[in-house]
Write a protein of this length. Structure first.
Length: 315
């Protein structure tokens, strides 16, 4: 199979028939063998009914429905696990991503041997204050932190080699950082392509300003996991040892001063150095224990179920 199109969605009933028709037309025009995986992330409108109807008319359409809303990252995780195409394309269901981009994205992966191509919505039709400016700031921070020179990390339109999606773990809300996850997994041929962005035709956006706050928090998380995710003791153990050493040196100074230099001076507990020593050693011990526990958890953790699938169509 040439292409798997993975489409996570939440309450996009109005756009689904048009999106399916558009994608099918592009695929048939270019003689691609394909599948379209609609991942219903707990929609409360008629989205699943429409997906069911589309799957009955077109065997290339496959549907997966979550029992409740788990988030875009979990939907992508499931879609990636089920995708069978040599090239996997992700796009949003709101018609803001253009399916006409698919053939060029496919060529970049299949013929030019890129591992991942991320879309860049150079010209956007979103609100400047609500999305454009925060998005530019967010992407600047992501570039500086990850080392990837991409302009639009969070663009829903991306293309991947199948082996990439099978070897990355999209969890939490890390769908914003899939290129970073791919880089951390060892895939190096990552680039971007300017893609056409379209104004939303139906409904309203499902994301608010909180996504930028969550995005920056996730950026800190992935930065930490990139460097210390497999070796937490290297960070917490080092910090703990340093703080404990500082505290010990203060304690040693106080002891020597009291025993040999200033024998008749004030009590050790009346000196500020005593509290610096005490706090440093206590916090240092806690950091060290945190690193030790992190290592134990890492070595004994088992994968837990992240979501429950209620229904599957044509899978």
């Amino acid at each position: 199979m040439n292409i798997s199109v993975v489409i996570p969605l939440l309450n996009e009933a109005e756009s689904l028939p048009e999106l399916h028709t558009w994608i099918a037309k592009v695929m048939q025009t270019n003689n691609f063998s394909y599948e379209i995986l609609f991942i219903d992330d707990g929609s409360t409108d008629k989205s699943w009914n429409i997906i069911t109807e589309l799957s009955q008319k077109d065997k290339n359409v496959k549907g997966l429905k979550f029992l409740r809303n788990y988030g875009k990252s979990q939907a992508l995780h499931l879609g990636f696990a089920k995708a069978k195409g040599d090239v996997v394309i992700t796009m949003d269901a709101d018609l803001q991503d253009n399916p006409d981009e698919i053939p060029e994205l496919y060529d970049l992966i299949q013929k030019q041997n890129f591992d991942l191509i991320s879309g860049w919505k150079k010209k956007r039709y979103d609100s400047v204050l609500a999305k454009n400016i925060p998005s530019k700031l967010f992407n600047w921070c992501a570039r500086k932190t990850s080392g990837l020179k991409l302009h639009d990390f969070n663009c829903g339109l991306k293309a991947y080699k199948n082996e990439v999606v099978k070897n990355i773990d999209v969890y939490g809300e890390m769908h914003r950082y899939i290129p970073v996850l791919a880089k951390n997994a060892g895939f190096k041929k990552i680039d971007e392509k300017v893609v056409q962005h379209q104004a939303r035709k139906y409904g309203t956006t499902k994301f608010g300003m909180d996504r930028f706050i969550n995005g920056f928090l996730d950026l800190l998380t992935i930065s930490f996991l990139t460097k210390f995710g497999k070796r937490p003791m290297h960070l917490f153990g080092a910090l703990g040892s340093l703080l404990f050493l500082i505290g010990f040196l203060f304690a040693l100074y106080l002891g020597v001063d009291k025993l040999f230099i200033n024998k008749t001076g004030r009590l050790i507990t009346q000196r500020p150095q005593f509290y610096i020593s005490l706090v440093s050693m206590v916090i240092g011990s806690q950091f060290f224990i945190a690193g030790f526990l992190g290592e134990l958890i890492l070595r004994n953790s088992k994968d837990q179920e992240r979501y429950k699938v209620e229904e599957e169509l044509n899978i």
